[in-house]
Design a protein around this ligand. Sequence first.
Ligand code: ADP
Ligand code: MG
Length: 587
Amino acid sequence: MQATEPTTHGFQAEVKQLLHLMVHSLYSNREIFLRELVSNASDANDKLRFESLANPQLLEGNAELGITVEIDPEKKLLSVTDNGIGMSREEIVEHLGTIAHSGTARFLAQLGDDQRRNAQLIGQFGVGFYSAFIVAREVEVVSRRAGLSPEQGVRWASDGQGEFTVEACTRADRGTSVRLTLKDDAAEYLDRFRIEGLIRKYSDHIAFPVRVRAGSRAEAGEPVNRAKALWQRPKSEIEDGDYLEFYRHIAHDPEEPLAWSHNRVEGKREFVSLLYLPSKAPFDLWNREAPRGLKLYVQRVFIKDSASEFLPLYLRFVRGVVDSADLSLNVSRELLQQDPNVAAIKSALIKRVLDMLERLAKDEPAKYAAFWKEFGSVFKEGLAEDPANRERIAELLRFSSTRSEGESEDRSLAAYVEGFAPGQEEIYYLHADSPTAARSSPHLEVFKDRNVEVLLLTDRLDEWLMQHLDEFRGKRFRDVARGELDLAKLGGEPRVETALDKDERDLLKRVKRVLRSRVDEVRFSRRLSESAACLAIGEQDIGHSLRELLKAAGHEAPEALPSLELNARHALVKRLNSLLAELDPLA
Ligand code: ADP
Ligand code: MG
């Protein structure tokens, strides 16, 4: 039997932290609590509709799903009621006492005390249910899960100070009421017009009717919102503000998206998609287990959040909705993976995203630069993951280069190729740990002399990715730190292959003898004009960053020795020969 006495529970430490942050940093924008509660009510109705597909009794004879906001100015009460899935006792303790998303909890644990940063970041994990405490002295939640008997209701209550109580109760209707006793300074939310305005502002896109009831006896009026799924409405009727509000609802992101793309496909396959490009990377972008993907609807019925089957990993930052008319309503994970409709939708969505990025790159370069800064290193993975779209992906890549200063000037491959020096036939690049390290590399000297641009690759994954990119518009790529560079066609003095004289041959021999097995070969360089010496790796050898990646993944990378190159014209090198000659007469 369940306890009838109220039991007291402590909030998880992270929830306390969240409550504290929220009450202090979101005060100026506190009206959003209503949007969050209506959004949860809508999710609950969605879940019921989905579960009732397999189990129609859950509807208990009432399939009309809606949301009611009730205000009672005398008692200073505001409540939001749904007739959705409801919560059992276990669920209410779990969902309204902890932060469900473990990545969020970990993220919160890492947060420092920097209030300003927190205020910006806080929206990233969705302020959610707990935002009720920004305006409420006391929050009471009464719920009954669909399918349980009326006596199996549950009442949750808290003042948001660290603890909550839970007790059993009777509730005739399935679903949930969240009841707020408003703080004295939050009386504005007892005004019917204010509340209706907020619902129109924030919740117009909610697919269930939201009604308002004011005073204890009055009937709820007509729905305040449009109550039609946004993506199903004709594009011409939808304003930017509607798209932005819908984005907030699905993405929990306080920042505006950079772009969106809304498409209806009809014919052999029918689906609607609404895809958004966020402007900021989520904190868990690099966490492989983090939920990602689209909200999936089938024939307008919500199926699940984070359907990752519809986007490849390299587009994992895209948010949005896909609503298919062809999938079966009782799709399971396994079925989704096998369904040929899914593969077809996925490849169509990839094209939509690439279209959207191309449009942004062409028409709004500043926004594209912002996209690249946040997501470029993820997007690049597409070179390896999506060979079918490699050319389009390559066009969208951006690099820092010897001709760019700062991220806003990052170069596209197209710009690089169009800026070829006379005689240039290949695309030159250099790997380094940072743009600063790259810019001071001796490997760039000969390119500077001849005014040839070199791309500077400084991402950890770049070396691995470049293996997947052989050419761009017919031009091959060349790593300037590899092999013996031949710049014969690049102007400057024509390089005449002269045989080495005896002194030169001796110098190479002597240096090699000192370094022995630490280098592969010692030779005179074609790369250097100022520096005395540099190392070059072999044409086919694995470079530094790929070696580190392999090691981190537990693989043994084959040994590879670099070659030492000397600048024959450098004073130091000229002197080196006579120094070594004294030490080692080479019998
Ligand atoms: P989110 O909506 O992002 O999951 P919230 O803080 O808004 O986070 O809500 C936390 C959880 O509490 C929800 O995931 C849901 O499981 C539960 N919940 C909140 N409101 C309701 C409701 N009206 N009906 C059923 N469950 C709810
Ligand atoms: Mg929520």
